[in-house]
Design a protein around this ligand. Sequence first.
Ligand SMILES: *[C@@H]1O[C@H](CO)[C@@H](O)[C@H](O)[C@H]1NC(C)=O
Ligand SMILES: *[C@@H]1O[C@H](CO)[C@@H](O)[C@H](O)[C@H]1NC(C)=O
Length: 401
Amino acid sequence: MNITCCRTELWHYAQAYIVLAGISEGGKNMSFLNVKVMNLAVLLCLCVACFGRNENLQERLFLSSLGLSSRPKPAAQFPVPSLLWKIFKGTKTPEFSVQDNDPCTVSEFGVRGNIVRFVQDQGRTLSVSSGPCPSCVEKLLFFNVSVLETAEQLTFAQLEIRFKQDFYPLSARAGGQAVYSMSLWKVLKATLKGVSPEMSRKLLLSQSVRLTPGSITLSLTDVVKAWRKPGRNYGLVLALRPDDDAAAAHPSQNAMFPEFHASFPEFRASLVVVSLNPLQCRSRRRRSALYLPVTPSNVCKPRRLYIDFKDVGWQDWIIAPQGYMANYCHGECPFPLSESLNGTNHAILQTLVHSLDTVGTPQPCCVPIKLSPISMLYYDNNDNVVLRHYEDMIVDECGCR
Ligand SMILES: *[C@@H]1O[C@H](CO)[C@@H](O)[C@H](O)[C@H]1NC(C)=O
Ligand SMILES: *[C@@H]1O[C@H](CO)[C@@H](O)[C@H](O)[C@H]1NC(C)=O
């Protein structure tokens, strides 16, 4: 299907309508023409209506190929994790070498994938500073991984726990001895009240941690793979308690820094998930030419078009790029079709017939024959930050088809 050709047709109707309207106004008793004008007007309205509907349909189609059910309306604009920025910027560096340009590899993690998501934690605090252990905290972590589509193959998942920055000065003042023991369980099933929750948990990790800025990461690929099956995701439980051994070694701390021991460690957890949608990943060389030559000519060729996401009203959920050089194909496919117009045999024959019968047979259409991908950073319907490699976004070459 070819939009340029369709649009041209619509434009011809509009022109015919204007011309005919002009005639009918000038002449008298031209009921025959008036009927025609009416017909054309109806046709035009239908066409406009159908284009209006198509716009909605087009938006839905585009959103669904990004794995989105509707246009996201991010409530809180979570900051973009620096790692995602780094990967995003990496995708934009011009490629001079031919070998390392598989766009479907996330080299930061050394895995295949064309989608990187930062899934937000939707869990809640289970208990904090209770009774005998004032600095203990236990939190349920829940990551909704049903945002991954069925076609996506999960290749990597990593939990990241980042301690709140303002806790650091306290631990630094306490002689850098803010050693906690951290335990992480996978919750196996929902528990009822009164039943010991420990029965339905599987310990994944238990280690000493120092509360310093920066983060603790833990590979969770297999756990997250299992969560994708319906009814399997009960989340994780993370518990932090002051390390008894360390506390015993520094008994004076309690007295010296009461505010430190009265506070409990605050942290933020996120899950980095890399997946591969093979349907949206045809490995192939990315474009090298960024600029199209400006040569005045009517002949079919790529034309410059900058798409600003603000113009489509998408600036609130697309983080980057704000727009990009998308280009489009436009121009004539005249007889005889030269080789540079990349016509098919069919197009060559069609121009030949067109040259003999200009009214009955249209010229072939000028359409994109080579497109290249871009990467996009955006918020999905669950406020997660997603980086996605997206095929067929830029017109590189046109041809007569
Ligand atoms: C997880 O996300 C899906 C799709 O975005 C949504 O339908 C579902 O309600 C969410 N589940 C939970 C437990 O929040
Ligand atoms: C046709 O393809 C060639 C390379 O295959 C390209 O250089 C040329 O620009 C293309 N023609 C058009 C009109 O895009």
